[in-house]
Design a protein around this ligand. Structure first.
Ligand code: ADP
Ligand code: MG
Length: 289
């Protein structure tokens, strides 16, 4: 028989918008020692806004945004969705690219008007066009950087701000009081962005520039020291969520793949739901299995 207390715990959690997929995740959630957080869309608001567009060549700023957004129609990444929305708000009519391929967490490749176009993080584009030019230092500090290339040449950058979610600091403090002793940030983004945005949060560590595989390796190595929960929102986070003792997906706006790979889904777009989730799990301890 299914213990009544287990059912009560799961349904109480659901009431808070925390979908816990069964007895084992509920039990593990109470034992979490290390919490690993993704940055974009998890710790940050995940609705980046454009601070500046910089052209490296002949293209006008609006054309850079138009090309970037046209390719990014194919992506669920929060940065991609923000670019599409910004282009629409400026009244730009998007192209319909062909031969589109996304590399999750990195960027999108495709063809527009017979030209080969890439949009993505600066490393993604630099590696492929061999041009490491960057925007002015002052603009770049702490900003999310998106690069665009056309026919193998760097065409420009979109410089974006993605602020920390409100109440992040308080939420992390509350989780520490619930027994989480180590909190790390794992991001595919640049180290200086990660440092700037998490300044003052009192994190125990920060790993930047990670590929999806490297996020998995981080989870596995942290598991040697106790139970690990990984929180993420993207397609690129799905393998790391699956590798954790408890994978937690930001379900409200995150990728379906991450919700599927997860043991716990936050149905409300807010990491502060981790707190009632952990409280309920601790209250139900010992009765679940
Ligand atoms: P995080 O791990 O913090 O969630 P990601 O690894 O998902 O961050 O993304 C890192 C960076 O890669 C983003 O800040 C952005 O610059 C770039 N990026 C990833 N996917 C896309 C995309 N589809 N379009 C534009 N930029 C992208
Ligand atoms: Mg993310």
């Amino acid at each position: 028989a299914v213990p009544v207390a287990l059912v009560a715990g799961l349904s109480r959690a659901a009431h808070y918008g925390v979908l816990i997929k069964g007895a084992k995740p509920l039990e593990m959630l109470a034992q979490i020692r290390t919490l690993i957080l993704d940055k974009t869309g998890t710790l940050t608001e995940g609705r980046p806004r454009i601070l500046a567009v910089q052209s490296r060549g002949a293209l006008a700023e609006d054309e850079i945004l138009r090309l970037a957004a046209s390719l990014d129609q194919a992506s669920q990444h929060p940065v991609a969705q923000a670019l599409v929305q910004a282009a629409r708000e400026r009244g730009l009519v998007l192209y319909l690219p062909t031969e589109v391929a996304e590399i999750p967490g990195e960027g999108v490749l495709g063809h527009i008007d017979g030209k080969s176009v890439l949009v993505g993080g600066d490393r993604f584009v630099t590696e492929r066009v061999g041009d490491g030019a960057l925007p002015d230092e002052a603009l770049m500090a702490g900003a999310v950087l998106v690069a665009l290339s056309v026919d193998g040449h760097l065409a420009g950058h979109l410089i974006m701000a993605d602020p920390l979610r409100e109440g992040a600091r308080e939420m992390l403090d509350a989780l520490r009081q619930l027994g989480v002793s180590r909190i790390l940030l794992a991001t595919g983004d640049r180290a200086d962005v990660a440092e700037r945005v998490t300044d003052g949060l009192g994190l125990d560590g920060l790993r930047a520039g990670l590929t999806p595989d490297q996020k998995v390796l981080l989870v596995l190595s942290e598991r040697k020291d106790g139970a690990v929960a990984m929180v993420g929102d993207g397609v690129n986070d799905a393998p790391a969520l699956a590798a954790a003792d408890v994978g937690i997906a930001m379900g409200a706006r995150g990728a379906a793949a991450s919700a599927e790979a997860a043991d716990v889904v936050l149905l409300v777009d807010s990491i502060d739901r981790l707190r009632p989730g952990l409280e309920i799990a601790r209250g139900a301890r010992g009765i679940a299995i």
